[in-house]
Design a protein around this ligand. Structure first.
Ligand SMILES: Cc1cc2nc3c(=O)[nH]c(=O)nc-3n(C[C@H](O)[C@H](O)[C@H](O)COP(=O)(O)O)c2cc1C
Length: 356
């Protein structure tokens, strides 16, 4: 198998989204097989309890490989979680020559490098029936999981408020506050050196807020301002921004297994690429859902009892608003017309070990 082709496929695929741009992957290649491994040390935060956020990111990475391989003349066959004793062994992808009747999706392929998390304010122009139908079709294309849309303005407002519980908790919980600020790259130089974490410009904050953030990175300062309700004010402001969207989208799966999270990641990525193709923008608003994963998994000592209450309520109400009953919501997005983002986050080149 040509090493250069594998390199090219993975160079494109690693443009996948990941929590805090953690890019928690490495690769081992043996002949036509690409083994994908998780790097748990890249994100051990409360956002990534049980590495669930990273599993979603791996789903997105795998979807990118499945779309990219045919462009280079190969069909990619996936074997998910091939070793049940090695939790970090995510998948083996076998590349086999593409047959004449197997399809390439050039347009989705070209969107892999264009896709971006856009945190700008969106125009709330409704999606057309045709757009909704095309987006909903990712369920059939992946064959598992469910994508649910909400576009009623009042319900979107509710979802925006419920998701902004993330910011409320993030700024008043010392652990999460410190994690967030430790992962900000304040300058372009720092961003280009690290190629991991949040580049400040991608947060789309007005200059005075960017300036204030430099003060709030110190926990005692943040803690003091929280006594005046700062975390609630930030959450409210963000909720207004989130609610201005064409639609809210939830990705739900049947069970709480690693495989389910990977499937949710594939659904998310495919929808995100389609959204990009339509000239629309998207932003995950997933923090609250992942806090709930931590709480359900028993990580309760890291939250105050009022935070636990807040998160549980928000989770319950989000499920009700999306009409999710016997499934688990893994991700929530807002989708709308946001224009070009001010900046993009940088990606590391793929870390590949060739075994043959
Ligand atoms: C599992 C997961 C959860 C995420 N949650 C959020 C979120 O709550 N808010 C947000 O603004 N971005 C969120 N993101 C987007 C990441 O921050 C983003 O993918 C990363 O910084 C890289 O930027 P890019 O998507 O532009 O490549 C999430 C991404 C993933 C994969």
């Amino acid at each position: 198998m040509n090493k250069e082709i594998i390199n090219k496929i993975l160079e494109v695929a690693v443009n996948a989204p990941s929590g805090e741009n953690s890019q928690p992957w490495r690769f081992e290649v043996n002949s036509n097989k690409i083994h994908i491994f998780n790097l748990p040390e890249r994100d051990r935060s409360l956002y990534n309890f049980g590495q669930k956020g990273s599993l979603v990111a791996h789903g997105a990475l795998i979807e990118n490989i499945l779309i990219t391989a045919p462009i280079f003349g190969y069909n990619a066959e996936i074997d998910l979680l091939p070793d049940n004793k090695d939790f970090d062994f995510i998948a083996t992808i076998s590349l086999v020559e593409l047959l004449p009747d197997q399809q390439k999706n050039e347009s989705l392929y070209s969107c892999i490098v264009k896709r971006v998390t856009n945190r700008k304010p969106y125009k709330n122009i409704p999606l057309s029936d045709e757009q909704l139908k095309d987006l909903k079709n990712v369920e059939n294309e992946i064959g598992e999981g469910r994508v649910i849309f909400v576009y009623d303005p009042e319900k979107m407002k509710d979802i925006a408020n419920l998701c902004s519980v993330n910011e409320r908790v993030m700024f008043e919980n010392k652990l999460i506050h410190n994690f967030f600020f430790d992962h900000i790259n304040w300058t372009e130089k720092e961003e280009l050196e690290k190629r991991l974490g949040f580049y400040i410009k991608t947060l789309e904050l007005p200059s005075p807020v960017q300036f204030a953030l430099k003060l709030f990175r110190y926990w005692p300062a943040m803690n003091l301002f929280n006594k005046l309700g700062l975390n609630k004010i930030i959450a409210k402001g963000n909720a207004v921004n989130y609610a201005n969207a064409s639609a809210m989208v939830a990705f739900a799966v049947k069970n709480n297994t690693s495989r389910d999270f990977i499937i949710a990641g594939r659904l998310m990525q495919r929808l995100w690429l389609k959204v990009t193709k339509m000239g629309l923008s998207a932003q995950p608003m997933a923090g609250m859902l992942f806090f709930m994963q931590a709480i359900s998994g028993g990580e309760t000592s890291k939250f105050s009892s009022s935070q636990i209450e807040l998160i549980k309520n928000a989770h319950e109400n989000v499920k009700k608003t999306f009409d999710i009953n016997n499934e688990m919501p893994v991700m929530i997005f807002r989708v709308g017309y946001g224009g070009e983002p001010s900046a993009r986050s940088s990606k590391k080149p793929p870390e590949i070990i060739f075994k043959n």
